[in-house]
Design a protein around this ligand. Sequence first.
Ligand code: MN
Length: 389
Amino acid sequence: MVGAAVAISVEAVVLVVVGTWWWGESTEVEPQYLGAKIEGDVVTLDFVKKMMDDFKNQKCLHKRYAFQIVLQMREMLQALPSLVDINVPDGCLLTVCGDVHGQFYDLINIFELNGLPSEENPYLFNGDFVDRGSFSVEVILTLFAFKCMCPSAIYLARGNHESKSMNKIYGFEGEVRSKLSETFVELFAEVFCYLPLAHVINQKVFVVHGGLFSVDGVKLSDIRAIDRFCEPPEEGLMCELLWSDPQPYPGRGPSKRGVGLSFGADVTRRFLQDNNLDLIVRSHEVKDEGYEIEHDGKLITVFSAPNYCDQMGNKGAFIRFEAPDLKPNIVTFSAVPHPDVKPMAYANNFLRIGMIVFLGYNVCSRVDAKFVPVQGAAGKVNFRLGVLI
Ligand SMILES: [Mn+2]
């Protein structure tokens, strides 16, 4: 942990040096560039709208502005605690979305259905913004730009895919290299390490990408105290928050992913009791209806990438919470068309062929595939994991 933190600060220094050099070399925006522009330091709604429009038309954002957005995010995220408290005033709403996985056109559809993020219409995106879908750069720059525009309009949590090892395999790294540059590969990897690990809404609803822990008695203060500025470790609280899944039987079991664990309704009940909470919302697993309610109604999975990987035929969902009662109001939606760029188009070729073979297998027998125990650890290539992660 200490080693990782040191490694990051060294990397940060190198990045600032490289960044400053890069910035100095590239402050000029060519006159023929007709895309969205940030005037001065302020990211405005007009800029974000124009940028999303350009993305829709498959136009890139100038690297200068992408750099500005990512650096601004770096500052902002670094200052946040590992567990962020969200206060939703009475009569106001918060919308929680699950995995988006680079499906930019479905992300825009969420905003069309539910409004753009703003102070009055805030969102929480619960991790796994990137990888799989081939519009991950567009997704992450859009989410980051909204956060730059108004920090209370959008909350972002880390998922297991906001990590170097996953981005190397599942497409984001290649996409960043292709649409931006090598410098951005390192920059995104660093900024992902600053994303908070979990959120609590009005001290009642616990929101995390994966799930709960291999030990009982974990308090919110323990999560707050996690030194998260590192690549996700292969065990411990941080790993389990990002990787765990619920199971339909009590107690704990091995994870079908080989990382984290499976936890039962009794584990959920004890965690909620210990921390005086009402509900867990998590993401991380594709669901046919876009969501699933388990553990006696105390745990909801929400997944916001419909027709995941262009293969799964699932719906997407998001949850609207209105204060003060915070009763979950679940909205489901179907996939919208996107340009003909296949999922994983930027992934390493050898891995992509492996994935296509596996996807074929998984569609035919995904119920079986779901419960195949898998040995392995974070970052190791394991084709049997298929579309589950
Ligand atoms: Mn995940």
